[in-house]
Design a protein around this ligand. Structure first.
Ligand code: HEC
Length: 137
């Protein structure tokens, strides 16, 4: 029982309560578990850190995709465009509520896109930070 309460309190600090779907919330819980395994110093996902990560120019990836916003549009509420000029719906869940509901889809695109932008996989903390940022938009 004590362990359960500690777990619940821990979860509440990692995953702020919002009107997110069960799928979106459990995805965040999964990344929180992974982030703790990756780093014992991990405490919570931070939307500000996610925003910085999502909007900054990175190095190490492909030269024509230096940032997540290269394809996803300047702001989360705007539409984006693939390199082949196909439209991408906004990442903000206020605009596209179906976002981040399918864990396989999310993992597939984090895999591709982190490789394109960073030249490496994203860490669980980076994924969680980006998700809490976009889930608040
Ligand atoms: C080369 C263009 C491109 C870049 C750069 C890019 N993305 Fe994407 N991303 C896409 C496309 C295309 C999709 C799939 C279409 C869709 O979901 O609307 C997608 C989908 C996603 C999804 C899944 C969304 C969902 O609804 O489940 C996530 C998460 C994501 N991208 C995160 C990122 C992050 C983080 C970065 C920066 C590290 C990034 N993307 C950079 C093109 C890009």
């Amino acid at each position: 029982m004590k362990a359960f309460i500690v777990w619940m309190v821990g979860l509440a600090t990692v995953v702020p309560q919002h009107a997110w779907s069960g799928e979106q919330a459990s995805l965040l819980e999964k990344y929180a578990r992974q982030a703790r395994q990756e780093s014992p110093d991990f405490t919570v996902f931070q939307p500000q850190r996610g925003e910085l990560f999502f909007t900054s120019r990175h190095s190490g990836g492909k030269p024509d995709t230096p940032a997540c916003t290269t394809c996803h549009g300047a702001t989360p509420t705007s539409s984006g465009m693939t390199r082949a000029n196909k439209p991408i719906e906004p990442m903000a869940i206020s605009k596209t509520p179906s976002r981040f509901a399918d864990p396989d889809k999310v993992e597939k695109w984090f895999g591709r896109n982190c490789d394109s932008v960073l030249g490496r996989p994203c860490t669980a903390q980076e994924k969680g930070d980006v998700l809490v940022y976009l889930l608040k938009q």
